[in-house]
Design a protein around this ligand. Structure first.
Ligand SMILES: Cc1cc2nc3c(=O)[nH]c(=O)nc-3n(C[C@H](O)[C@H](O)[C@H](O)COP(=O)(O)O)c2cc1C
Length: 186
């Protein structure tokens, strides 16, 4: 994939959540159009459940999807200029809010939280997960740390229905911009 200008390094972190299937066909072309140099990181569960999507992502980016440290792959990723966690699963949101760094993806994400870069989070969560008492408070916590949480119009969605078609990819990319202009209704 050829970027039109170099905006910097964007980590796209994908979790084991249904909208991951649209990352190669919808999100990655949009990110390239905006000039991002994209590295995709996947949770181990995402890589297992959405193996076909991982292959597609690798075809589109021309890079391996990262699920592990450089000790197994052979090289470290550059530090990102922005991070997009999309789709973000209930599990990864919860662990990130707790400061847990027990996997490659959570380690890389936890390291970025204290850096002065935009981190956009797009939950893709079913309504049963969303009713857990920690969910809303964890989103508030992430926002209080400066993370930019973008909720799609059909989120949380009903189990088995999904909301991938209305997942807010463009708004998430907007939220990953270094300067986000407050948009007020005219
Ligand atoms: C086919 C499939 C689809 C799933 N979809 C979602 C989803 O859309 N959102 C979500 O939060 N969890 C979903 N789950 C459950 C998560 O995969 C599970 O909580 C897992 O531990 C998340 O791991 P991760 O956060 O490391 O990616 C799904 C599981 C499977 C097997």
């Amino acid at each position: 994939m050829v970027a039109v200008m170099n905006r910097g390094v964007l980590y796209v972190v994908v979790c084991a959540a249904g909208a991951t299937r649209l990352v190669p066909s919808v999100l990655l072309p949009m990110a390239a159009e905006r000039g991002w140099d994209v590295h995709v990181l996947a949770t181990e569960r995402a890589a297992g459940v959405f193996a076909e999507s991982m292959e597609e992502i690798e075809r589109v980016t021309g890079r391996p999807v990262r699920t592990d440290f450089h000790t197994t792959v052979g090289y470290s990723l550059p530090d990102p200029d922005a991070v997009l966690i999309a789709p973000a699963s209930y599990n990864t949101i919860t662990k990130l809010a707790l400061g847990i760094a027990d996997t490659y993806v959570l380690t890389r994400l936890t390291e970025q939280v204290g850096r002065d870069i935009p981190i956009a989070v797009g939950p893709y969560i079913n309504a049963k997960f969303a009713k857990h008492p920690t969910y809303e408070s964890n989103l508030r916590l992430l926002r209080s740390w400066g993370l930019r949480v973008v909720i799609g119009p059909d989120e949380p969605h009903e189990s088995g229905v999904g909301a991938a078609k209305t997942f807010p990819w463009a708004e998430l990319l907007d939220a990953a911009e270094p300067e986000v202009v407050e948009r007020r209704p005219e």
